[in-house]
Design a binder for this molecule. Structure first.
Ligand code: ZN
Length: 229
């Protein structure tokens, strides 16, 4: 893809970052910089970069399992709305699709667990009790704040991607499970319908609550589901 550059290569897979990523880093720096000065700006930029590293690891989870199952991976592209692992072809069986789809969110669950365990060692058990986690999330730039934000982000990535709306991982899991019983065509049709229904709900909720990001994701998922169909 044009306007993107390679930041790493893992197992022969180029990980590329789209140029619009710089805009998100600037946004993160601005958001934290406004309330916490230069230190905040630096923190915001580092946080955004680490968030994207988690997204890259999510996509690597999909990609490495795909490679093991004989599906080539052309590249991983990181966009402001998330990452995309571009597979060379569709997985051969429903079981393969299921395993590839689950691998991404599983990486985020593992990362969240590692972060929690790491923070317990560094910050102490108080971090997990008496609302310490939420306090850390709201706190000024510090290591604990960073760890709390990354933990929350990884949990959100796992949960959000497992929403059973078709272009998303959860939708692929749903289709794979349905394929076992109904065959791929019918399974795709049902999973796409469920996906569009959920996407419309998400967009409507975004409109009502004034959340532009949710509306954008709803539209994105809706169109993706239509394309899968
Ligand atoms: Zn994924």
């Amino acid at each position: 893809m044009k306007l993107s550059w390679r930041v790493a290569t893992v197992s022969g897979i180029a990980i590329r970052v789209h140029v619009t990523f710089l805009f998100v880093v600037a946004l993160g720096a601005m958001e934290w910089g406004l309330s916490h000065g230069t230190r905040g700006a630096l923190f915001g930029a580092v946080l955004v970069c680490l968030l994207f590293a988690c997204v890259a690891l999510h996509e690597l989870g999909h990609s490495l399992v795909a490679q093991r199952l004989g599906v080539s991976v052309r590249e991983i592209l990181l966009l402001p709305i998330g990452g995309v692992a571009r597979l060379g072809r569709e997985p051969k069986t429903a079981l393969h699709e299921l395993l590839i789809a689950v691998a991404g969110p599983l990486v985020n669950v593992i990362l969240a667990v590692l972060l929690v365990v790491g923070a317990r060692v560094v910050v102490g058990p108080v971090w997990l009790s008496d609302g310490g986690f939420v306090r850390a999330l709201m706190a000024p730039p510090a290591l604990a704040t960073l760890v709390a934000a990354l933990t929350a982000a990884n949990l959100a990535l796992a949960v959000f991607n497992m929403i059973p709306a078709l272009p998303m991982d959860g939708g692929r899991v749903l289709r794979a499970v349905l394929t076992f019983f109904l065959g791929k065509l019918r399974a795709t049709s049902i999973a796409a319908t469920v996906g569009q229904f959920l996407a419309a709900g998400l967009a409507a909720f975004g409109l009502m609550s004034g959340n532009v990001v949710l509306v954008a994701i709803g539209v994105f998922v809706f169109l993706g589901a239509a394309q899968e169909r």
